[in-house]
Every structure is written in C-alpha cells, then in structure tokens.
Design a protein around this ligand. Structure first.
Ligand SMILES: Cc1cc2nc3c(=O)[nH]c(=O)nc-3n(C[C@H](O)[C@H](O)[C@H](O)COP(=O)(O)OP(=O)(O)OC[C@H]3O[C@@H](n4cnc5c(N)ncnc54)[C@H](O)[C@@H]3O)c2cc1C
Length: 395
C-alpha cells in the first residue's frame, strides 16, 4: 500500500518504521523543517518498552534512561496518598524515565534507517480523497491509506472529524529537566507532592543525575505570553516540598504544555486513520500517551501484516484505549489507577489530575478500589487482573 503519515512524533515515527519495513511505501510529513521533541522527560511503561524492543531500541533506551521501580505521591504534610511498586505486579516489571530528546533521537535515527521517506517543513492542513493538502495548497499523494498522527491538537482531526470530542484540559503543565543535586531520583521513583487539590509537583528520574520537574498549573498560568512568576514558584516549592525546593529552584526556564481529552466516534474516516494523541489524547498525569501511541503503531503494522484490515485494528485497540480515555476523564477528579496485564503487558496509570479534586477525592484515593482491563496488547490476549490496594492482586 502507499501510505501517507502525518506527524513525525512518537506515533508517526513508529508507524512509519513498522509499516515501511512491512513492505509498504511510506511517506511521513512533518510541519517543522527540523523535526524536534518538545518538553522535558516522560515515563515509559512496560508496554511502551515492549514496542521499543520490537524496534530494536529497548537496550539503547535503557542505557540512556533511568529505571523506575515505583510511584509515590504524598501531601505537602508528608501523608502518603499513593505508593505503588511495579514489582508488586510482576517481578520483572519496571518503567523507564527518559528524556524526550533521547526518545526522539532513538526513533528518528531508526526512522532514517528505515525505507520510509521523510518530508519536512510541510504542514498538512487537510486530506482530500486520496491526497493530503499542505498549507500552501499543494497536493501530496495519492495514498491508499492516510495515517494521521499530528498530536492532541490535531488540525486534521478538526477538519476531517469535527464531531470528535477534544476538550482542552483546564490544567496545563510546565516542565523542565534539572540536575539531581540531592539524589532524589536515586531510589528510582516517580515522586509527586500535592497541596490541597489544586497543586501538584512531580519529579521523575530520567537519566543518571537528572530529574524532570512537572508542575501542574491552571491553563491560564502557563500561557506562552505570560512570564512565570519564579519567585512565587520557588516559595510554593519550599512550602509544598521543602526537601526538593533547592532542586526545583535550579530551574529558571520551563517548557509549557496544554493537553486535550480526545475521544473519536470511530478510528477512521474514509481512508484517513487517526492514531496517537490525535485519536485519544489523555491527561499526561496518566503517564500513558506515548505508550499508547507506540502500541497503536505496532498494532497497525501487525494487523496489516497478518492480513487484517482497519476494522481489525480498531477492534484490537479499542478496549485499551477506551479504558485509558475513561481513566483520563476521571482523573480530573480523583483517580489513581493501577492496572496489570500479563508479563510485560503491565500498565500503570499513575496519579490523577489532583486539580479540581474535592477533599473526599483524596479520602477515596486511599480507599481500596479495583480496576480491570481487558484487551489485546503487544503479546496477544491478556487476562484481566484486578488490583485491590497496594500489593493485593487477584485475577
Ligand atoms: C507535560 C506532559 C507530560 C507527559 N508525560 C508522559 C509520560 O510520562 N508518559 C507518556 O507515555 N506520555 C506522556 N505524555 C504524553 C505524550 O507526550 C504524548 O501522548 C505523545 O507525545 C503522543 O505522541 P503523538 O505522536 O501522538 O503526538 P506528538 O508527539 O504531539 O507528535 C505530533 C507530531 O505531529 C507534528 N504535526 C502537528 N501538526 C502537524 C501538521 N498539521 N502537519 C504536519 N505535522 C504536524 C508535530 O510537529 C509533531 O512532530 C506527556 C505529555 C505532556 C504534555
């Protein structure tokens, strides 16, 4: 098939590699003249690592990232609201903190070694039949399949599937990476601190001696044209997380991000298929988006390689994506979810958007709750597992 891929991010690059190496004629379009990662670091789950393994990139990722063994969240008074260990789910399970630039470079290097053709500096604004149309009105194609992977704020989704739900979260994030001067990341944890229900700071180890800071703020606060009030932020950091305040104070420049909760009525419109954040943007607090994007790419190529069609792809991905979409919708209140799949299909959805949470949300956080997950993942079918509080796993 002749396949056009829009977007040279996580989903687009992985899809272009898998599909072109599966024998398809792939052209990938990127709006930037120099494709580049935006933001600081992220957490890869065992599912995402499994896809990197299929790309031959797991070992270099492990070598350059930092193993994450658990997730912790406490209030500013030191009360624990989340304490999860991957090992409680499976002895071999762990996450990986990794700088976005490292993940991008690994995928991009791999893309360049694949048969896919990369076209940069081309902003795609529409799909018309079997062609893509760029900002200047030029038509590119024809394509038998168009894979749209242009991210959470997808222009093509707005154009081709205007009925899609794509609500902007009221909370954005500022993030950056700093030296781990006090050894906060040595324990291999994603650490978070909350004050009340409206403030959250996270520290993720992303490499030896490096921490990514996530700081959730109302969308209006991180608006690009509004300078950050660093003095107030440093004061807040001292109050919310005194032991990390000096580490956080090293940061004087942050990237800013906004995100959407995206739900499509269907995965495709004509010959246009949506994947990654364009199809199912979730709250970054779930720590899932890049993992879902990688799994979309792998599943798409695998479905086509084994004689399936796009309806089969949709069937294989829908249950998992629906689960995380609902979790993402719920995290705007109080959710902390942990889900377990078999072997390396272990997914951990982490601390929710605490902003907007009511006090009872935290009380409920501490109560045992169960979440099940069904649906095929990288290794085929999985058995639903149920987690009841820390360490109690039933099937
Ligand atoms: C603050 C923050 C923290 C996060 N933390 C995590 C985490 O810990 N773990 C995790 O798994 N996920 C995390 N995520 C989510 C993750 O970053 C996304 O889910 C993932 O990047 C989605 O990949 P994508 O390829 O679908 O989209 P993107 O990575 O957004 O890539 C889209 C690409 O398309 C290009 N593009 C856009 N429009 C056009 C156009 N019109 N024409 C051509 N090209 C175009 C863009 O330039 C870009 O290269 C986080 C996100 C944020 C914002």
């Amino acid at each position: 098939m002749r396949i056009g891929v829009v977007g040279c991010g996580v989903a687009g690059q992985a899809a272009a590699i898998f599909l072109s190496e599966g024998g398809h004629e792939v052209t990938i379009f990127e709006r930037f003249a120099e494709p580049r990662p935006i933001g600081a670091g992220l957490l890869l789950q065992p599912t995402g690592l499994a896809v990197l393994r299929a790309l031959g990139l797991e070992q270099p990722a492990l070598a350059q990232g930092a193993r994450v063994v658990g997730l912790e969240a406490k209030t500013h008074r030191g009360r624990s609201v989340l304490d999860l260990a991957y090992a409680d789910l499976h002895a071999a399970a762990h996450g990986l903190g990794i700088r976005r630039s490292v993940l991008f470079d690994l995928l991009h290097g791999r893309l360049k070694r694949s048969p896919a053709r990369l076209v940069t500096g081309t902003e795609i604004t529409d799909a018309d039949g079997d062609h893509l149309v760029d900002k200047a009105g030029a038509r590119c194609g024809p394509f038998d399949l168009i894979v749209v992977a242009d991210g959470a704020h997808s222009a093509l989704r707005a154009r081709r599937m205007p009925q899609a739900y794509a609500r902007l979260y009221p909370w954005g994030c500022i993030w950056t990476t700093v030296p781990d001067r006090d050894g906060i990341g040595v324990a291999g944890l994603l650490r978070q601190r909350v004050r009340g229900t409206r403030e959250m700071i996270g520290l993720l180890t992303v490499a030896s001696g490096q921490l990514t800071i996530y700081w959730s703020l109302p969308v209006a606060a991180p608006a690009p044209d509004k300078p950050l009030d660093l003095e107030t932020m440093h004061r807040d950091a001292r109050e919310i997380w005194p032991e990390a305040a000096a580490t956080i104070a090293q940061a004087d420049d942050f990237s800013r991000a906004t995100y959407r909760n995206v739900a499509l009525p269907r995965w495709k419109e004509g010959r246009v298929l949506f994947i990654g954040d364009a199809a199912h943007g979730t709250s970054p607090q779930l720590g899932r988006g890049a993992n879902l994007a990688l799994l979309d790419a792998w599943t798409l190529a695998d479905t086509l390689a084994t004689g399936g069609d796009l309806a089969d792809f949709a069937r294989r991905r829908s249950a998992t994506v629906r689960f995380y979409r609902q979790a993402s919708g719920s995290v705007s209140t109080e959710l902390q979810v942990i889900t377990m799949h078999r072997e390396y299909n272990i997914g951990v959805a982490v601390f929710g958007d605490t902003q907007g949470t009511r006090a009872e949300g935290f009380r409920r956080l501490r109560a045992p709750f169960s979440v099940g997950l069904q649906g095929p993942q990288v290794a085929g079918s999985i058995t639903p597992h149920f987690i009841l509080g820390r360490g109690t796993v039933t099937r």
